[in-house]
Design a protein around this ligand. Structure first.
Ligand code: TYM
Length: 340
């Protein structure tokens, strides 16, 4: 993209420490982080400031922050190569978010579907932070002038807003090309993993049914049981992707198989076309266990070594802070703030 031309490529992404990581988080985001760290300078954040836009028990928040760090490491992110850190350790995120709250328009935020979903019927009782959430997300990315943002499909609208904020800032302050317009990386299998209980709802941490998601801490038995119980249909599998139309649960299970095995849907259906779920589900369970069990074992090992996690996060925060400090100093000058 031409607007990236003058900016050094940099990847930024984040995960909220709000509960058990699930297969959607892994396939839609974390697994992509592992690949991208070899292609560009990369930063992977644990977004604890975002987490508190809805109530978090302080003790649980602390534990879950360590758990995401463990998941990043267990999945294969190398802390020497990529920067792993927690958001609250770098104050520039909140500082830039404030400036962006003064750039973004109410109308823009009013259109955010995630706010509508999360706030539910009683918008008056939602935190103000939940409403301004996307401005903090833009700040996360732009405090490092990041150019590429790997996320699942559900973050697409927030990423578009981040691009609008970057563009409006550049225009309002006559600072042409100061902030890059970050490019979402959403493509590929796993960008939208659906609930195992309802193929039309996305797999999510907040679904009350534990059987709706496979988590990174599930053991082999739990994974197999959840796949066995997953909603499907009585038909056999088609031999091409087009045949999955109108069969959301079947499409989801085949999609998960494709994403885990890094094959196309058509390749998976070439193998399983004509077979029923009685044959497909055990194959899927076996594949999921094969791919996820080593990660969950490594996560457990790392969570038993909090001193190591602590060192990784402190080092990451120091490296991230050094970058954000420079960007914020320039930003504040552009806005017209007197220096200290
Ligand atoms: P969060 O914590 O909800 O989810 C983390 C990542 O997992 C992806 N994801 C999914 N992908 C596929 N299928 C699913 N069912 C599924 N569920 C979740 C999300 O798209 C995300 O990539 N707002 C972000 C965190 C964030 C962020 C950022 C991301 C804060 N600042 C800056 C990128 C850049 C969020 O709530 O993700």
């Amino acid at each position: 993209m031409t607007e990236q031309a003058s900016h050094t490529p940099r990847v930024f992404s984040g995960v909220q420490p709000t509960g058990n990581l699930h297969l959607g988080n892994y396939l839609g985001a974390i697994r992509k982080f592992v690949t991208l760290q070899h292609e560009m300078a990369s930063m992977f954040c644990i977004v604890d400031l975002h987490a508190i836009t809805v109530w978090q028990d302080p003790k649980a928040l602390k534990a879950q922050t360590g758990e995401i760090a463990a998941a990043y490491l267990a999945a294969g992110i190398d802390p020497e190569r990529a920067i792993i850190f927690h958001q609250s350790a770098v104050p520039q995120h909140a500082e830039l978010a404030w400036i962006f709250q003064c750039v973004a328009r109410m109308g823009w935020l009013n259109r955010m579907t995630q706010f509508k979903d999360k706030a539910g019927k009683d918008k008056e009782r939602a935190s103000v932070g939940l409403f301004t959430y996307p401005t903090l997300m833009a700040a996360d990315i732009l405090a490092y002038k990041a150019t590429h943002v790997p996320v699942g499909e559900d973050q697409k609208q927030h990423l578009e807003l981040a691009r609008d904020i970057a563009g409006k800032f550049n225009l309002d302050f006559g600072a042409e090309d100061f902030f890059p317009l970050p490019e979402p990386l959403i493509r590929g299998a796993g960008a939208r993993v659906m609930s195992l209980r309802d193929g039309t709802a996305k797999m999510s941490k907040s679904d009350p049914s534990d059987n709706s998601r496979i988590t990174l801490t599930d053991d082999a038995d739990a994974i197999a049981k959840k796949i066995k119980k997953a909603k499907s249909d009585p038909e056999v599998l088609p031999s091409e992707e087009a045949g999955l139309e109108g069969r959301p649960e079947a499409a989801n299970l085949v999609g998960i198989y494709a994403a885990l095995s890094q094959k196309s849907m058509d390749d998976v259906l070439f193998e399983f076309g004509g077979q029923g779920f009685g044959a497909f589900k055990p194959a899927l369970a076996e594949l999921a266990v094969e791919k996820l069990a080593p990660i969950s074992a490594e996560m457990r090992r790392l969570m038993d070594d909090p001193a190591h996690i602590d060192r990784v996060l402190k080092d990451g925060a120091r490296r991230a802070g050094a970058i954000a400090e420079g960007v914020l100093a320039d930003t504040k000058k552009i806005v017209g703030f007197l220096g200290r």
